[in-house]
Design a protein around this ligand. Structure first.
Ligand SMILES: [Zn+2]
Length: 206
């Protein structure tokens, strides 16, 4: 569990991050986790917590003097650089497309991996921790409308995911970190999960 008062963790930035990097992370959290994006009451209240924590973090880390005092406290006030724990692999919480059981899996840097559900035993593909590129494009087909969204993995390889329907709240904006859970047997997306600040909030998609 992360320390609720860890302002760096609240914004998902390194303690050595520049003020500009911190500001960008703060703005990202305000957009990506705007409570109006979540209709589900539980998700909405989690989104409210995330934006509240992000604002609290920016109030401290965005102010040079306050940040210095905060860093000193983190380092037990001895003036030395804060001791950093080795970075733990980021875990993502993803629902099973068949039974919705959630499991925690390590981030795959945007690659597609095969997962096994601990609940029902189904295996299903999931693209874990991909970065959204641009905005989804609406495509008219003879079968109807399709949204084409482009995602990048950490090596910059692009892949396109097709959605029949996207919830309006799932705006999919540039730079957002997402995982897409696919149907166990058919190659179509079932869940889109947005990642930030150690929390994963998802939508059912088609
Ligand atoms: Zn399952």
């Amino acid at each position: 569990m992360r320390d609720p008062d860890d302002h760096y963790a609240a914004l998902g930035v390194d303690p050595a991050a520049t003020r500009e990097e911190i500001r960008e992370a703060w703005r990202f959290h305000l957009t990506a986790f705007h409570p109006d994006r979540f209709r589900d009451p539980t998700q909405r209240s989690r989104a409210e917590e995330i934006t509240k924590a992000a604002n609290a973090a920016w109030q401290v880390l965005g102010d040079t003097g306050r940040r210095r005092r905060y860093d000193l406290r983190r380092g037990d006030g001895d003036g030395a650089a804060p001791v950093q724990a080795p970075p733990a692999p980021r875990m993502r919480e993803l629902p099973c497309p068949s039974c919705a059981t959630r499991s925690r899996v390590p981030d795959a840097g945007g690659r597609v991996v095969q997962l096994a559900c601990p609940g029902c035993g189904d295996t299903f593909p999931a693209m874990i921790g991909a970065r959204c590129v641009g905005r989804p494009r609406l495509d008219k087909r003879w079968l109807g409308l399709r949204y084409q969204a482009v995602f990048a993995d950490e090596e910059g390889r692009l892949s396109t995911v097709e959605f029949r329907r996207l919830p309006v709240e799932l705006a999919l904006t540039e730079g957002e970190r997402l995982s897409i859970v696919f149907h166990a047997r058919r190659a179509r997306p079932v869940y889109a999960i947005l990642h930030g600040a150690g929390l994963d909030l998802g939508w059912r998609v088609r």
